[in-house]
Design a protein around this ligand. Structure first.
Ligand SMILES: NC(=O)c1ccc[n+]([C@@H]2O[C@H](COP(=O)([O-])OP(=O)(O)OC[C@H]3O[C@@H](n4cnc5c(N)ncnc54)[C@H](OP(=O)(O)O)[C@@H]3O)[C@@H](O)[C@H]2O)c1
Length: 185
């Protein structure tokens, strides 16, 4: 399951998951429905009208781009030993250890992510916070997929560099459909 399939991250995540052979459920509003359908989403939940946690169950994995309550409810969608990867939730102690943040920061993360750790245990799930790192290897693979037409970038708006503030303002509005581009020249 991929949250916010119509966003900048979601539009790529759906396509990459389909390429990996996954059955993909996603959340979108009326405005994003046709887009996520065109990207290959198998099940679309209108998050403004329906509760995804009541409609989906037995999923292997959730990719969370929203955090907060949406992240917490996502545990209900998983099968036992399922996995949640979040780019918008709280980093936990596992993240602290993997990122070598040291004892103090890892302990602090363990305290602030206590609710998530409780949900992990209750639902027999694994929670990972992902902080993206640039990877030449991964970008090379994605470039290949793009060149072979296996995935396509979804571009919402393009701004000149001088209008970068407007680009951020638009993004902060939270309703982008695909990527927002800033041209360097
Ligand atoms: N950890 C990291 O390294 C990392 C990296 C990149 C991004 N992020 C974070 O990941 C998040 C997503 O990034 P993004 O670029 O994909 O955002 P985005 O493009 O701004 O997402 C906007 C989209 O999300 C949809 N949406 C909003 N609320 C939703 C909800 N409750 N359920 C389902 N869809 C919803 C909107 O649909 P409607 O307008 O139709 O409602 C819109 O199409 C951001 O918070 C960003 O900061 C983290």
């Amino acid at each position: 399951m991929i949250h916010a399939g119509s966003g900048g991250v979601g539009t790529f995540a759906i396509q990459l998951a389909k390429l990996m052979g996954a059955y993909v459920a996603t959340t979108a509003s009326d405005r994003g429905y046709a887009l996520v359908q065109s990207l290959g989403a198998d099940r679309i939940i209108n998050y403004r009208k329906e509760n995804f946690e009541e409609m989906l169950s037995g999923y292997d994995a959730v990719y969370d781009t929203i955090g907060g309550e949406v992240l917490e409810k996502s545990f209900q969608v998983l099968k036992p030993n399922g996995k949640i990867v979040s780019i918008s939730g709280l980093p936990n102690a596992r993240f602290g250890r993997e990122a070598n943040l040291g004892w103090l920061k890892t302990t602090l993360l363990s305290i602030v992510s206590h609710r998530i750790t409780t949900l992990e245990k209750k639902n027999q799930a694994r929670y990972h916070f992902l902080f993206m790192k640039p990877s030449g290897l991964q970008l090379e693979r994605i470039k290949g997929y793009l060149e072979d037409g296996l995935i396509k970038p979804v571009i919402d708006k393009v701004y000149d560099f001088k209008d970068v503030g407007q680009a951020f303002q638009y993004l902060e509005g939270g309703s982008a459909k695909g990527k927002v581009i800033v041209k360097m020249k």
